[in-house]
Design a protein around this ligand. Structure first.
Ligand code: 5GP
Ligand code: ZN
Length: 113
């Protein structure tokens, strides 16, 4: 198994885990782009949103709800935050195990760069 995030799910690579349930895992980003920066991933490997099928609808919903939960747990629920999925080259996706970024703790510019 070569996937970095699958290794985090398997506890073969350490991570600062902030939330977990049967289907998703959330942990702090190793190179935070904001004071609060966590990643929420499905435990089952899927490379990106482009590979999702209608059967993944429940998992995708769980990612969003877990993103909200993590934002609240990390203290940015009131101040605001952004939930982001990067897909492919132009979006700068660098890890090909789908993940939802939870970003907050400072004003976030719009549109993004
Ligand atoms: P992407 O650019 O694919 O949307 O996001 C990948 C994210 O994974 C980046 O923000 C990067 O900092 C983070 N990341 C890469 N390797 C690791 C790691 O080993 N541990 C953790 N916690 N985050 C990582
Ligand atoms: Zn994976």
């Amino acid at each position: 198994m070569a996937c970095l995030f699958c290794k985090i799910v398997a506890r073969e690579v350490p991570a600062q885990i902030v939330h977990e349930n049967d289907h998703v895992l959330a942990f702090k980003d190793i190179h935070p782009a904001a004071p609060t920066h966590a990643l929420v991933i499905p435990k089952r490997h899927i490379a990106g949103i482009r590979d999702a099928t209608p059967e993944d609808a429940a998992m995708l919903g769980e990612l969003m709800l877990a993103g909200r939960h993590v934002a609240e747990a990390l203290g940015v629920g009131e101040s605001g935050y952004r939930l982001v999925v990067n897909q492919g080259g132009d979006a700068g996706q660098s890890v090909f195990h789908m993940h939802l970024h939870v970003l907050g703790g400072r004003p976030l510019a719009w549109p993004p760069g």
